[in-house]
Design a protein around this ligand. Sequence first.
Ligand code: MN
Length: 463
Amino acid sequence: MLIKGGIVVDAAGERQGDVRVGPDGRVVEVGEDLQPAAARTEAVHDATGKLVIPGGVDPHTHMNLPIGAVRVSDDFASGSRAAAIGGTTSFIDYVTVARGEDPMGTVEKWREWAEPSAVDWGLHLTFTEVVPDSVVAAGVAAGITSFKLYLAYPDRLEVDDGTALRLMQTARREGALVTLHCENGLAIEELRRQAVEAGRLAVAEHATTRPPVLEAEAVQRAGALAEVAGTAIYVVHVSSADALEAVLSARGRGVDITAETCPQYLYLDVSMLSGPDGADFCCTPPLREPHHAVRLWEGLASGEIQTVATDHCPFWRADRRAGVAGRAGGFADFTEVPGGLPGIETRLALLYEGVTSGRITRSDWVRLSCEGPAKAFGLWPEKGWLGVGADADVVVWDPGRQQRLDADALDMATDHSPYAGRVVTGWPELVLSRGRVVARDGRFVGEPGWGRYLARRPLARMP
Ligand code: MN
């Protein structure tokens, strides 16, 4: 296929350019005024007036994840389909290994779940206790070159500081990147207990019991541990100005620290938890006061934040209402509301609104949603780049196409949308995954199982 007449945008800039996709599913030529090959039949897509960008890379999703009595509503088939429609052609899902579980056995379960994916997918491993170096080495050998630690959720997921330090040292030796959920779990647990004891049960208490300062404290602590261990770290879903300042402080001390944020922290705010549908806006960290988003946008434009992911984690409304305790009468209090929002389909379009409103440039948009995640997680330059030899994951972006973000206008497996009522301008008209058209004019035309497992490159191993 030859994509002609568009404006090719990448992190370095933009230029008029045609993109030729080879039969092997790679980019074979990028240049001005390429002519259709006479000798063979070549489809030509007229991209005049459109932007041509590398496929989106979403480095933070939770497909199919069981949480207490409920389960994330998108599986790999439905979630990847929605991803394709929205212009995301690679995603990396978190394998959550419960305490006592065999990590590589859990990876096998995830790989089976992921088989029907319509676009390429990779995996991170989440460790919830000390594991031997050999387990991390096995993960890295299998292309899982990043693992996650939670500093929150002491009942199921949190690791203490000693365990975090030890696993960071292992990561350094094995060439893995450590991603961290940064909130002070034990302090938050106490605030939650106090709220329930005092009869403060409403959904809004989800935010009052998880203040920004406890996010910033955990980022600061993670940075200190990484400094001691000499390990590269990546902070997932930075939600507050406080946490961003802690990232910059660690970076200033020489820590190799990458920051991610998500559209929900750019567009939604804490007031939404107080409405009648407050439970539909529960995510962790919680939505914040609006001034935090202003600071996060500055961080996106300045390069202080390197990636925008989704933390895609949708639920059916009935499951939200039932809660993780699965009560027939509905959740008893805010501590039982499953946390997580849909997002994999709308990430590129929501971030593009930042281009339209002048907060970031088109190059920033591609850097944050394609190149940055690919570079951070060992997928570049096959992914996140539109040069010769890269995978032909290509999005032809129509900057004038309008799209409603109500649940009925989207493809994610959920019946409510945090962006209901919003209309964005800018949406893919054509999406290619390794040269194959997977979405056209907002409709999925790919096939389940087309997606391949992405074995990712490790970092340099350090003694
Ligand atoms: Mn997450």
